[in-house]
Ligand binder design. Structure first.
Ligand code: AMP
Length: 211
């Protein structure tokens, strides 16, 4: 199974992505976590992306696409993936598709979580109080939501046009949302391609060499 999660910050991509990854026994590649980990470890990549994350700005596409390529190569050995955080722009969507097509690893479903900004702001401020993330201040949250709203429509339309969009109402209990997603994904045929043999993969070095 090869899945892309789409949705605004706070919609539950992490929770639902983890559920999907566990259900289908595939790795979850979370761009935001990966970048934050590089920042915390003061790697070259961490130094390059630190300012972008702090401001809630998008990291440049060349850096992101380098990570996407590494992640897809690793995911090929693991038999699939759940991508969380890419694509954030149409340019990323097209370029990631080209890379995935070269590797025989294009997504077979894009799970779209729908939620409105008021609900999201409440959830994100709640999370800020718990996690102390540098980009969970009210101003930065507002900016990240605006960036998402500006970029999301063409990306969602693009996945819909490819016939792989699974769109769910994410303003309900996480368990209910998860059940609906898994039921929809279970109906999909297993993707064909090189990922029929599974090997354990180490994703810990992703992004190294991308800055
Ligand atoms: P997230 O945890 O997904 O909200 O991502 C946190 C931050 O990581 C974003 O505000 C961006 O600075 C950066 N980021 C994550 N994914 C991407 C991406 N696909 N393109 C550019 N920047 C990204």
């Amino acid at each position: 199974m090869r899945i892309v999660m789409i949705g605004p910050p706070g919609a539950g991509k992490g929770t639902q992505g983890a559920l999907i990854a566990e259900h289908f026994d595939i790795p979850r590649i979370v761009m935001g976590d990966l970048l934050r980990d590089h920042v915390a470890r003061h790697t070259n990549l961490g130094r390059v992306v630190d300012g972008y994350l702090g401001r809630g700005e998008l990291v440049p596409d060349d850096v992101m696409l380098c990570i996407v390529r590494q992640a897809l190569i690793a995911a090929r050995a693991a038999g699939g993936y759940v991508f969380d955080g890419v694509p954030r722009t149409m340019a990323q969507a097209r370029a990631a598709y080209t890379i995935a097509a070269e590797l025989g690893m294009t997504a077979n479903a894009a799970v779209h979580l729908r939620a409105d900004d008021r609900e999201l702001m409440g959830r994100l401020l709640g999370r800020a109080a718990l996690e102390h993330r540098a980009d969970d201040t009210e101003a930065v949250i507002r900016h990240r939501l605006e960036l998402y709203q500006k970029a999301a429509q063409p990306i969602i339309a693009w996945f819909a046009q490819r016939g792989i969009l699974v769109s769910v109402d994410a303003m309900r209990q996480a368990g209910e949302v998860g059940r609906e997603i898994l039921a929809a994904l279970e109906l999909l045929p297993e993707p064909t391609g090189p990922a029929s043999v599974r090997h354990p993969v180490d994703l810990s070095g992703l992004g190294t060499g991308c800055a």
